[in-house]
Design a protein around this ligand. Structure first.
Ligand code: SF4
Length: 208
């Protein structure tokens, strides 16, 4: 098989970085977690804080066995697959192997590509810059909308209409505009109690 065929099969993936830290956002805030950041994203958020991830070809192609071995080197058994946009790849083989090794699997995705993988928790963070693929709505356990502009509240409500009733709803101020939007978000959640506030607590802890 060629490298391209291995990547298409999800047996090898472009790995930007992988690191053991504390999950700072969303449902698993505060939990130790091994982050697997895959390279490649075609969503193009203007405020993206990992723009260096966008070009998949910049990152080494790594076998899923090697990726999982990296995770096994740490005591925590929670893995978060992120990017870039991780659903650009077939995540079935990687998540199957992670689960065989006893990991709880989480994903953070914009949902812009067809869903794949076996995940215990799916954090769906839709972006205005590329429409989500319909397959994400049945999978999302958590809808996390980043608030960067006043119109993002309406965008959040539109997506909340399409997820399952069990999906947890979170609003998160974009970091560079947190001074402006955190107070607005607090008021919004107080008057729209189906939502919760999500903060990027890892930034306060100064960890990745
Ligand atoms: S989806 Fe994520 S990685 Fe891609 S541009 Fe947006 S914030 Fe950046």
């Amino acid at each position: 098989m060629t490298t391209r065929e291995f990547v298409d099969a999800g047996l090898q993936l472009p790995l930007m970085e992988a690191f053991y830290t504390i999950q700072g956002e969303g449902k698993f805030t505060g939990h130790p977690a091994y982050f697997i950041r895959l390279g490649g994203c075609d969503v193009g958020c203007v405020w993206c804080d990992v723009k260096e991830s966008w070009e998949a070809g910049k990152w080494p192609i790594v076998s899923i066995e090697e990726i999982v071995a990296g995770a096994l080197a740490h005591p925590g058994r929670l893995v978060v697959i992120t990017g870039g946009e991780p659903l650009m790849y077939n995540l079935d083989p990687l998540t199957k192997l992670l689960k065989e090794k006893g990991f709880t699997t989480n994903i953070e995705t914009s949902g812009a590509h067809p869903f794949s993988g076996d995940f215990d928790w799916v954090c769906f963070s839709p972006k205005k810059f590329k429409k989500p693929h319909p397959s994400i709505y049945e999978q999302a356990d958590e809808l996390k909308v980043v608030i960067f502009h006043d119109s993002d509240f309406k965008f959040a409500e539109e997506h909340a209409q399409s997820v399952r009733s069990s999906c947890e709803l979170r609003l998160q101020p974009e970091w560079s505009k947190a001074d402006i939007f955190t107070p607005k978000l607090i008021d919004y959640v107080k008057s729209h109690p189906s939502w919760k506030v999500s903060l990027q607590t890892h930034k306060f802890m100064d960890i990745p």
